[in-house]
Design a protein around this ligand. Structure first.
Ligand code: 5GP
Length: 261
């Protein structure tokens, strides 16, 4: 069996060389990490759920013209994606105070913010992904001023889309993180949304009960992560509600999509 070339392994995903030049295969692991890997666990079924939820969100974004890297889902754990040059910045959009914003500014969790706030963090595990200003981004050449404008416009569009999508299923979008990359088509470059959008990278609270339905269940040791992610997937109409998506390695959707490990 031919072995695929592994391009990159992150905390929750692995990237493999894709079948065509300019493509990659993104594999969703069950690993959960928090506090820069100080807390680590394997949560059976998390990767399968994030693959499905992220596929659903990216597919809907494509439909309304938000450019992103998804080509198609291949199987339970893998997606075929466009290769991009990752911009080393995590873009966080916040609607309600939570997480590090509360720690930094002494806000109360759950306070609705006067307006949506965009933050940038430098993607550097060794430094705990520190918060940076636009000045750092342009001075160090991570992105140009024009690219920052494009990124902010894209982040606001994603926020509006996700807020509506989740509100429609009784979930409040508190905040989220996206990653972006440069993608070339012929000679034109444009910035597209990459990585994943899932309960690992968003804070999602049930609108009626404020129950946390995201990775804070792991970060805060609340338990019930797979059940919460399954409920998100169920409400999105991706899987029958309350059907846990556990176990199993890649399951092929069709022979044409065949990938090898
Ligand atoms: P905070 O800065 O409050 O920890 O996170 C803000 C938002 O960005 C949360 O929705 C959180 O899940 C997401 N986020 C921030 N950093 C990361 C990261 O390194 N990985 C993932 N998956 N999400 C992150």
């Amino acid at each position: 069996m031919k072995k695929r070339r592994r391009i990159y392994e992150g905390k929750a995903k692995i990237l493999y060389e894709g079948p065509e030049p300019g493509t990659l295969v993104q594999f969703f692991k069950d690993d959960a990490t928090a506090f820069n890997k100080k807390k680590h666990d394997i949560i059976d079924g998390k990767g399968v759920l994030n693959n499905r939820i992220s596929e659903h969100i990216f597919t809907q974004m494509t439909r309304i013209g938000i450019p992103n890297h998804l080509i198609k889902r291949l199987n339970m754990r893998e997606q075929l994606i466009k290769e991009v040059e990752i911009i080393p910045i995590e873009v966080i959009v916040r609607n309600v105070a939570a997480g590090t914003l509360c720690e930094r500014l002494g806000l109360t969790e759950g306070e609705v913010l006067p307006r949506s706030i965009i933050e940038f963090c430098y993607k550097k595990d060794e430094l705990n992904d520190p918060l940076v200003a636009e000045e750092h981004i342009t001075a160090f050449g991570w992105a140009s001023p024009q690219e920052i404008d494009d990124i902010m416009a894209l982040a606001i569009r994603v926020n509006d889309f996700l807020s509506g999508l989740f509100a429609g299923i009784g979930i409040q979008l508190i905040d989220f993180k996206i990653e972006l990359g440069r993608h070339w088509e012929n000679d034109a470059m444009r910035i597209i949304v990459a990585d994943e959008i899932s309960p690992d990278s968003c804070r999602l609270w049930d609108m009626k009960t404020n129950k946390k339905m995201d990775k804070d269940r792991f970060r805060q040791g609340l338990g019930g992560l797979v059940d919460a992610y399954s409920e998100v997937a169920g409400r999105l109409g991706i899987i029958p509600e309350n059907e846990p998506q556990r176990g199993s390695g890649p399951v092929l959707v069709s022979d044409n999509d065949k990938t090898e490990e």
